[in-house]
Ligand binder design. Structure first.
Ligand SMILES: Cc1cc2nc3c(=O)[nH]c(=O)nc-3n(C[C@H](O)[C@H](O)[C@H](O)COP(=O)(O)O)c2cc1C
Length: 195
């Protein structure tokens, strides 16, 4: 067994590297599923901004629908689909907030306009008019001037700590290859599934 076969994170990184070469844009785009406390699901796209042995990191407005669902029910699933490679990866697990230092570092790396946008957007709440959003952007642009733009306390990231990672590769006649890694203690148990 190669090391990447034993280590799903290494295998994910290898697939992401191939997707980065093959996809026309946003190879790190991923569908994120969350659910209410009652278990009613919702899904939307986000961008994966980090992955390592600890898990999969994305950033968002904490007061958004996804932010509220994750606060009430800290479980989530991710589904990547790289059309150009005929591949998909599914990840499931619990989520925890990233540290303030980690969120600050990522926020500081974003374009100034995106940092202002984070302040101006009450993500997922009703927008009375496009003008209201543009006015908020203008107000925050004026407020921060040329100075530092601190990270809003309502904007941060989550780390999904995987307990299950599935690699799906398209094969002829829909006899696809599916390999699932289940977390077991410090390691992983791998099994194949019927397509
Ligand atoms: C390709 C793509 C990437 C996106 N990346 C993010 C992201 O990283 N974070 C985010 O909050 N929203 C992102 N969005 C917007 C979300 O899909 C969604 O509209 C927004 O987060 C509100 O979702 P919610 O109301 O379920 O919280 C992205 C959308 C697309 C299409």
């Amino acid at each position: 067994m190669s090391s990447s076969a034993a280590d799903p994170i290494a295998r994910f990184e290898a697939w992401m590297a191939e997707a980065t070469k093959a996809e026309p844009n946003d190879p790190n785009a991923v569908c994120l599923a969350t659910a209410t406390k009652e278990g009613i699901p919702s899904a939307r796209m986000v961008l994966l901004k980090g992955v390592d042995a600890r898990g999969f990191v994305f950033y968002t407005n904490l007061e958004s629908r996804k932010g509220q669902e994750l606060a009430a029910n800290p479980n989530a699933a991710l589904c990547f689909h790289w059309k150009s490679l005929h591949r998909s990866v599914r990840v499931e697990g619990g989520v925890e907030p990233v540290t303030a230092a980690e969120a600050d570092a990522y926020y500081a790396s974003r374009a100034r306009g995106s940092r202002i946008g984070a302040w101006a957007s009450k993500q997922s709440r009703p927008l009375e008019s496009r003008y209201a959003l543009e006015k908020a952007v203008a107000e925050y642009t004026l407020k921060f001037g040329l100075g530092e733009i601190p990270r809003p306390e309502f904007w941060s990231g989550f780390r999904l700590i995987p307990r299950r990672i599935e690699f799906w590769q398209d094969m002829q006649f829909r006899l696809h290859d599916r390999q699932v890694f289940h977390r077991e203690g410090e390691g992983w148990r791998v099994e194949a599934l019927y397509p």
